[in-house]
Design a protein. Structure first.
Length: 210
């Protein structure tokens, strides 16, 4: 029977999707999608997250998620059984006896620290304000044109507005909008908002000469 990763990859290629397109639609990082297609569970987070990835990825590709999850569970269980068994006989290292219980305790601590580190990093990423680089206009100034091109880059997952009007952010994070100017002083407010609601704001004061 073909593996979960093989089925997902074949369906993705058949439908002509890139990993980046799938990441954009499912919000699953491309590196996790690649690891899932390679059946490399060591590069993936804890089991509940992998099951969520399989479910969401399958649904996106139009595959039956319950069937894909059943295939994954059999595959995952088989891999776990094939792992090297914990050594039953105690090993004495420099007068210290290494027993199976001690090995399990060390593994438990390691797993706890790894999970803590992962969730902490995810928390920081989710609650950090999105980057916002304004390439034009770089600073306040005086212009004579009726419109001012405003463009720059932010996080591709962010929502961007210019003077409270939504602006499309491309997959590479770039955005562009021609902003009409009134004669006199104009305030241009550029605001990027992350999925967690964190905001980054840039303000430019532009004067249009009569």
């Amino acid at each position: 029977m073909r593996s979960t990763g093989t089925l997902l990859k074949e369906e993705r290629l058949r439908k002509g999707f890139t990993l980046e397109q799938v990441e954009k639609s499912t919000k699953i990082r491309a590196r996790y999608l690649e690891a899932l297609e390679d059946d490399d569970f060591a590069r993936l987070p804890a089991l509940p997250y992998i099951q969520g990835f399989v479910r969401n990825y399958s649904t996106f590709l139009g595959l039956k998620s319950t069937t894909m999850l059943a295939i994954f569970r059999r595959q995952y269980t088989l891999k776990e059984k094939n792992k090297h068994e914990v050594i039953e006989e105690p090993i004495v290292v420099a007068g210290w006896q290494l027993t199976p219980n001690k090995v399990l305790a060390v593994l438990a601590v390691f797993i706890f620290l790894a999970l803590f580190s992962y969730f902490y990093q995810q928390y920081r990423i989710l609650h950090a304000p999105p980057p916002l680089t304004l390439e034009q206009p770089k600073e306040d100034g005086i212009v004579a044109d009726e419109e001012l091109p405003v463009f720059g880059t932010t996080d591709a997952d962010s929502t961007l507005t210019i003077n409270n009007e939504p602006v499309l952010v491309k997959e590479d994070g770039k955005f562009y909008k021609d902003v009409p100017l009134n004669i006199g002083n104009n305030t241009i407010l550029i605001e990027a908002t992350s999925r967690a609601g964190e905001k980054t704001t840039v303000v430019r004061l532009i004067t249009r000469a009569p």
